[in-house]
Design a protein around this ligand. Structure first.
Ligand code: CP3
Length: 354
């Protein structure tokens, strides 16, 4: 493998000095890019796109051809894992993900068997290998998965949800069954992330999109405990040991200090928090990734630069900041505004690394 020519991301995740703050964008390969929409049309559907290593590689690289980004993120989805568990993933146009066979009882949960991820999801690992070849050391490649709790949400609800009535309901009516599901998901995710690392992923991110819908005790018991177990298991796995792990719970402001204790390199921070406060609360024990409001990209270029300046100032001098949005880029975003953001981060961050 050729040496990594741009290691800003990996250095920042390890809180080592960098020349400029690294930047990448959640959902950087996606519908806001016309070239993504063209490739997706050629593939026929999102699932066909994701399951083709050639096309998934192509769309992963599209934002890197346009913008001076410091990382690539594997083009895939968190819902590959429930699909491998036999739930039957499909997407309803305009409505998002749906499972044909959601988990509707404890018996449904107890019928699940941890899959052989290499056999069930070969296209994911083929894409990682192809990407490492194509990237040829230009920037590091981030692999990812959903958190056990967030995957359980989709699996029990059968898709997205406004109130998470079924999965939160299970936490009150049959918490033992929910714990069995979360434990099985954690085992599967260790294998899944380990196989991504073995195929060439250089950093790992876990998306806990729905941790923030829980109560504080609920978050500790059903989300954070399994993020911790996952982090511990990855730290002991020969393929993932030493790879920086980024944990991101959306809407987790009040729990970030606890989350910093589970044994990860970095925390993703959504736009509701001030990085200055989070840096104090987490005591410099982890790097921080974030946290521009994705809607800020609908402002003028001047306003975007001002927001970038504000966030860099909030984090302050020194290493350990990875610039990103506080959640995924929206499909209505003007790609030129993403360019303004990326260039502003590099330009305006230099004084913080002098
Ligand atoms: O960040 C990246 O560029 C990497 C690719 C990526 C996708 N999904 C591609 C995708 C990543 C990291 C994800 C993670 C993901 N998927 C999450 C966690 C992150 C988050 O946003 O909180 C979640 C909750 C999902 C589940 C999922 N997949 C949803 C809710 C949707 C949107 C459905 C819709 O129609 O809006 C998807 C589909 C999806 N995953 C798209 C992309 C680019 C859009 C697919 C399309 O229609 O082309």
């Amino acid at each position: 493998m050729p040496p990594l020519r741009n290691d800003r991301l990996l250095r920042a995740l390890r809180r080592e000095p960098v020349d400029r703050t690294p930047v990448w964008i959640m959902r950087q390969a996606g519908r806001y890019l016309p070239e993504y929409r063209a490739t997706r049309a050629r593939a026929g559907s999102f699932l066909a796109l994701m399951r083709s290593p050639e096309l998934a590689t192509e769309v992963t690289l599209q934002p890197l051809a346009r913008f001076d980004l410091d990382a690539a993120i594997l083009f895939s989805d968190i819902l590959t894992v429930p699909d491998a568990l036999g739930l039957g993933l499909h997407f309803v146009e305009g409505e998002g993900p749906r499972f044909e066979r959601p988990l509707r009882s404890a018996a449904d949960i107890d019928r699940l068997r941890a899959p052989d991820v290499e056999r069930a999801l070969p296209y994911v690992f083929d894409t990682v290998r192809m990407l490492r070849r194509e990237l040829a050391g230009r920037v590091p490649l981030i692999g990812f998965a959903g958190s056990p709790w967030t995957l359980a949400c989709y699996m029990v609800e059968g898709g997205g949800s406004a109130d998470f009535r079924r999965v939160k309901g299970l936490s009150y009516t049959d918490p033992a069954a929910l714990h069995r599901l979360l434990a099985l998901l954690t085992d599967t995710l260790v294998d899944y992330l380990s196989a991504q690392a073995a195929a060439g992923a250089q950093a790992l991110m876990v998306f806990d999109t729905w941790g923030g819908v829980l109560s504080t005790p609920g978050y500790r018991e059903f989300s954070l405990a399994y993020q911790a177990r996952l982090a511990q298991r990855l730290a002991g796995d020969p393929a993932t040991r030493g790879l920086p792990l980024i944990l991101f719970t959306k809407n987790a402001g009040r729990w970030l200090a606890e989350q910093a204790e589970v044994g990860c390199a970095a925390l993703g921070v959504d736009w509701t928090q001030e990085l200055a406060d989070v840096r104090v609360a987490t005591g410099g024990r982890v790097a921080l990734q974030g946290n521009l409001d994705p809607i800020a990209l609908f402002g003028s270029p001047e306003r975007i630069r001002a927001e970038v300046a504000r966030i860099l100032e909030s984090y302050g001098p020194g290493p350990g900041h990875v610039f990103n949005l506080g959640h995924g880029v929206l499909q209505q975003t003007d790609p030129e505004h993403v360019r303004v953001l990326v260039d502003a981060v590099h330009e305006l961050s230099m004084p913080y690394h002098a």
